[in-house]
Design a binder for this molecule. Sequence first.
Ligand code: UTP
Length: 271
Amino acid sequence: MIKQAIIPLAGLGTRLLPLTSVFPKELLPINGKPGIEYILDECIDAGIKEVIFIISNKKKMIKTYFYNDNFYKKIIKKKKDKRIKNEYKKILRYKKMIKFVYQNKPLGTGDAVLKTKKFIKDNFFLMLLPDDLIIKKNCSKSMIKIHKKYNASVMASMNVRKNNVSRWGIYKLKNKINKNNYLISDVIEKPSVKKAPSNKAVIGRYILPREIFSKLLTQKPGKGGEIHITDAIQTLIQNNKKFIAHNFSGKYLDCGSMSGYIKSTLKIARS
Ligand code: UTP
């Protein structure tokens, strides 16, 4: 069973400046609810019991959001407002399942994952990138089912436009398991159009094996000088570890860029 999830939140969020100059992007509201709560709700609904947040000193506000008890207690005492009481209850429920670890230098997603090494208890865990919202169908839940069936690592996947491949991790297909699930033979972080093995991209949901940590310990920086999780996954694939790409059926919303964030807000408000 997959019981633990990790969420890297220590990036700088430069594509969302100026909104992110003092405010963590994961707390930005999407139709009246912070983006991170959509991700937590997906985890809870998928049966996750513990979530590890990788934050930084600069993004301590994320922790404060879940640890603002005195403030809530005072307000509730004074106002006895049912809505506020329910919101506080919800925050307490989230807080119970969250642990915090720190990555104070944003050296890349791979380095962020490595910070959770001593907290991961099982052979596999889930990772969600909070910029990637997937609505209408719980992607993590579907991936956990695939993982159970094949006892393999799983990554969410989607076809992207050929001229856009350099924004994503792009994979090469080894063979089709069935209509929505493929075995992967290679994955390349942000390839040029020329070097991309396909137009199949990895989206921010991963079921990773604990072995990834030993690969990350020796992982050299890749594209842009960062330590990418994709490069460690490629090493595992080369070592014959099974990775399945799952073509999810929910609706993908990119909340990491300014235009994507605005569009996502509109999409959710209208859905
Ligand atoms: P991105 O590189 O897509 O986002 O990281 P970013 O760095 O936050 O934002 P931009 O590109 O400057 O606009 C994907 C996810 O990984 C986390 C980010 O917080 C984001 O959720 N991340 C990235 C880390 O936790 N640590 C890192 O060193 C890099």
